[in-house]
Design a protein around this ligand. Structure first.
Ligand code: 4AZ
Length: 695
C-alpha cells in the first residue's frame, strides 16, 4: 500500500464546543494548549472523513487526562455514526477507566469522530493528548465471507476500492457483483435432447434470465421429463418470488415452478415450447435438468385391405410414419386404376393419412398370346384369365406338331404371366409336319409314259406357271410352310452370250401354285403365290447345271391341309438302286401336257453308269448330281418337270424326304440317257442356312 506524502497539517483548537472537520488522508489532533495544561470546561469534536474504500486508523502518541470513575469528568471519546467505539481517560488502564496506551483504533467505515471534553476543575495538572490518524485501504475482497460474498466469482482489490469479474461464459450483472449467464439463445430442433440450468448440478447463476426454445415441425408434440433432482429457490409463503421456471407451449402455460419437488412429466401438446428460467441476485440452489422427447400426432388405425396386408405392421401410427400396403400372392395393389406391387401412405401433420388404403385386385393375365398354327382352350370354367386360371395350347394337327413335345398347359401366375412348368413363359412352336401325305399310293404312274397321280399323294409339289398365259414351266417342292425348292435353271430365261450370267425372271412374271393337281384346270385346293424372294445356289453354273438348285420365298405361309404339306429335307443320301418317285406336269410323248400331275418310280443309278451315257456328248455328271432311270428308258422326267421333286421313303423315319430336284437330261425316256437330278443332301447346309427350315 502507498504511503501518503502529504504536508503535515497542524490542527489548532479554535474554541470550546467547536466542531472541526478533517478531510485529509492523515493528520494530528491535539488537546487545546498541548503540551501545556488543557483548559477546564471545554469540548472539541474532530469529525474525520476519508474517501470511500478507506478506513481511519487512530492512535495516541501521548495521553494524559484527569482520571475519573467511568471517565465521567474528562474524556476522549471515539465514535462513528452509530456507536461509541471507545472512551478514554487517565493515563493508564485501571479497573474502571481505560487509557488508550498503544491501542490502534480502526474505524468500521470511512468516518470517525473524536471528542475531547474537560469538566470545570482539575485537581492536578494534566497535559491532554496528542493523537494521529491516517487513511488506510480496505481489502474488500478479504472481508467478504461465504454468506455474503463481495463478488459472485472473482474479486480484485485496489487502493480505495475493488471490482468483480466473472468466469468464462458469464457476464457481470449491472450490480457489478453478480455473474449472470448469457442463455437466451438456446434452440433445440432435434426430436430428443436434454436441457439443464447452467452449471447443473452445481448452483445456477444469479441474476439470469435464460430462454430455452424447442422447435419442431408441426405435427409433433413435445413431452418434458424433469429429473428428480430439482432445486429452485422457493419461499414458504409467497409463490416463487425469487427464482422460477415458466413454460409456454402454444396456448398453454406452466409455472411459475420452483421448490425442491420435481414437476416430473409435462405433456405440452405443442410442437413449439419455450422454457424461461429466472434467477435473482441471491441464493445457492442446485437447479434443474430435463430430457425432452417428441411424439407425433396420431393417425387413425389402418384396416388391412381384403386379400392384402400392411407391411409395416405397427399398433399405432404417428406423424411421418409410413405404412406400406401390399397384396397376397395373386393380387395386385390398385390405386387410381393403376396396378402396382405396393403403395405407401404417410401419416400427415394434421393426423390424417396422405391417401386411402388401396384395394387389392386379383391378377389378370389377360388373353394369352396366340399360337401360330395352333389354338388355345381354357381349362378353367368361365374362360377366366385371372390368377390360377389355366389354358392349354394345341397345334393344328395333323399338319403341325408341337416342339418341344410337351403338354402345353399354362397357369396364370402371381406376376401376371402365363407359365408352363417345362418352358416357362415361352410358347411352344408348331412345326409343319413333313413327308406324311394324307393319301397313300395305290399304283405308280409315269411322267414320260407315266400315269396320273392320285390327288394329294404328293402334297408338297408346287407348280411354276407363266403369269401371262398360265402355262406350267417348272415344278418345285414345299419345305417348311414358306419356302419352295426348285431348280436354279427354272428361274432364268436367258443365258448371256458368254454364258457367265443369267437374267432372272421378275417376281411378277410367274406364279407358284400349291395344292395343284390338274394341269390347266383349277382345283379347289389351290393356293397361288407370287415369289417374295429368289435365292439361286451361289455355286450354280448355268452351263454345266452344277448346283442347279434355288429357293423361293413365299410372301406368306402356305395354309397346310390335306393337299398342301411340305416334304422333309434329307438326313441321308440316296444310294444307287434306291427307288425314288418323281412327279411333275412336264411334257409327255407327243409333246402333250398331261391332264393332271404325273409320277414315276425309278431306281437311282450309279454315277459311272450315268456318266458313260453322256460322255460322248461331252456332258459331265458331277458329284452334286443324282442320276435315276431305267437302262432301257421309258420312265423319265421331261421338259416342264424341271425343279420338281424326286422323293423317297425313309423306312426308319416313316416319312418321305426330298432326294433331288429334276435338273437335266438329253431327250426324254431314251435308253442309256438317265435323268439327272440335283442332289439335295449335298446342298443341305445352304438350304438350311437360307430358309431356316430345319426338317
Ligand atoms: C427339261 O427340259 C428336261 N429327261 C428335264 C429333264 C430331262 C430332260 C429335259 C430328263 O426340263
Amino acid at each position: 500500500m502507498r504511503l501518503f506524502q502529504l504536508a503535515f497539517p497542524l490542527l489548532w483548537v479554535l474554541a470550546e464546543g467547536e466542531v472541526i472537520v478533517l478531510k485529509d488522508m492523515y493528520g494530528e489532533i491535539r488537546t487545546p494548549n498541548f503540551p501545556e495544561l488543557y483548559p477546564s470546561d471545554s469540548e472539541v469534536t474532530w469529525n474525520i472523513t476519508v474517501p470511500e474504500g478507506f478506513r481511519i486508523r487512530l492512535y495516541f502518541i501521548h495521553f494524559d487526562l484527569e482520571p475519573s470513575y467511568l471517565c465521567e469528568y474528562d474524556y476522549a471519546k471515539v465514535e462513528n455514526d452509530e456507536q461509541v467505539l471507545a472512551t478514554f481517560c487517565g493515563k493508564e488502564n485501571t479497573d474502571t477507566e481505560q487509557a488508550p496506551g498503544k491501542q490502534v483504533i480502526t474505524s468500521p467505515g470511512n468516518f470517525i469522530s473524536l471528542t475531547f471534553r474537560s469538566d470545570f476543575s482539575n485537581e492536578e495538572r494534566y497535559t491532554g493528548f496528542d493523537a494521529h490518524y491516517s487513511a488506510v485501504d480496505v481489502d474488500e475482497c478479504m472481508e467478504g465471507n461465504d454468506e455474503d460474498m463481495v463478488c459472485d466469482h472473482h474479486c480484485h482489490n485496489y487502493i480505495g476500492g475493488f471490482y468483480c469479474s466473472c468466469r468464462f461464459g458469464y457476464l457481470l450483472h449491472s450490480d457489478n457483483r453478480t455473474c449472470k449467464v448469457e442463455c437466451s439463445d438456446n434452440l433445440y430442433t432435434q426430436r430428443s435432447g436434454t436441457i439443464a440450468s447452467s452449471d447443473y448440478p452445481n448452483p445456477y447463476p444469479k441474476s439470469s434470465d435464460c430462454l430455452y426454445r424447442i422447435e419442431l415441425e408441426e405435427g409433433f408434440v413435445v413431452n418434458l421429463q424433469f429429473d428428480d433432482s430439482f432445486d429452485i429457490e422457493d419461499h414458504p409463503e409467497v409463490s416463487c418470488p425469487y427464482d422460477y421456471l415458466k413454460i409456454k407451449a402454444g396456448k398453454k402455460e406452466f409455472g411459475p415452478i420452483c421448490g425442491d419437488k420435481s414437476p416430473g412429466r409435462i405433456e405440452t401438446e405443442s410442437n413449439s415450447v419455450q422454457i424461461l428460467f429466472h434467477s435473482d441476485g441471491s441464493g445457492e440452489n442446485g437447479g434443474w435438468k430435463l430430457s425432452y422427447s417428441v411424439t407425433g400426432i396420431s393417425c387413425p388405425d389402418l384396416q388391412e385391405p381384403l386379400n392384402g396386408k400392411i407391411e409395416t405392421s405397427q399398433s399405432k401410427y404417428t406423424f411421418k410414419d409410413q405404412a406400406v400396403i401390399t397384396c397376397i400372392p395373386g393380387y395386385r395393389v390398385l390405386k387410381d386404376n393403376v396396378e402396382m406391387d405396393s403403395f405407401q401412405i404417410e401419416c400427415k401433420k394434421d393426423g390424417t393419412w396422405s391417401n386411402q388404403v388401396p384395394r387389392c385386385q386379383i391378377v389378370d393375365c389377360k388373353l394369352p398370346k396366340e399360337l401360330e398354327n395352333g389354338f388355345m382352350t381354357f381349362s378353367t370354367p368361365a374362360n377366366t384369365t385371372i390368377y390360377q386360371s389355366s389354358i392349354t395350347y394345341f397345334c393344328r394337327e395333323p399338319y403341325y406338331i408341337m416342339t418341344p413335345n410337351i403338354t402345353a398347359v399354362y397357369f396364370c401366375k402371381e406376376n401376371g404371366e402365363w407359365m408352363n412348368s417345362e418352358i416357362g413363359t415361352t410358347l411352344p412352336v408348331c412345326q409343319p409336319v413333313c413327308g406324311e401325305p394324307r393319301f397313300s399310293r395305290s399304283k405308280l404312274a409315269r411322267i414320260a409314259r407315266g400315269s396320273t397321280a392320285k390327288r394329294g399323294i404328293s402334297p408338297w409339289i408346287a407348280m411354276f406357271s407363266n403369269a401371262w398365259n398360265g402355262r406350267p414351266f417348272c415344278g418345285g417342292s414345299l419345305i417348311g410352310n414358306k419356302w419352295v425348292i426348285t431348280a436354279a435353271h427354272c428361274l432364268h430365261n436367258e443365258v448371256s452370250p458368254d454364258e457367265t450370267s443369267t437374267t432372272l425372271f421378275t417376281l411378277s412374271s410367274f406364279n407358284i401354285t400349291l395344292g395343284k393337281h390338274r394341269t390347266l384346270n383349277q382345283d379347289d385346293s389351290e393356293q397361288v403365290f407370287q415369289a417374295k424372294n429368289l435365292f439361286l445356289h451361289p455355286k450354280y453354273n448355268s452351263s454345266t447345271f452344277q448346283n442347279d438348285i434355288a429357293l423361293v420365298e413365299l410372301p406368306q405361309q402356305a395354309f397346310l391341309n390335306d393337299y398342301v404339306m411340305p416334304i422333309c429335307i434329307p438326313e441321308e443320301e440316296v444310294q444307287p438302286e434306291d427307288f425314288v418317285v418323281v412327279s411333275g406336269w412336264g411334257k409327255q410323248f407327243l409333246r402333250k401336257l398331261p391332264e393332271a400331275l404325273m409320277e414315276i418310280e425309278i431306281p437311282v443309278v450309279a454315277h459311272e453308269l450315268c456318266q458313260a451315257g453322256y460322255i460322248k456328248m461331252g456332258r459331265v455328271v458331277t458329284d452334286d448330281m443324282i442320276c435315276a432311270g431305267l437302262r432301257e428308258g421309258g420312265k423319265d422326267a421331261c421338259s416342264g418337270d424341271s425343279g420338281g421333286p424326286m422323293v423317297t421313303f425313309s423306312q426308319h423315319k416313316n416319312s418321305w424326304y426330298l432326294a433331288g430336284t429334276v435338273s437335266w437330261g438329253v431327250g426324254c425316256g431314251d435308253s442309256d440317257k438317265y435323268g439327272v437330278y440335283s442332289n439335295i443332301y449335298r446342298n443341305i447346309d445352304w438350304i438350311k442356312a437360307t430358309s431356316r427350315v430345319k426338317y
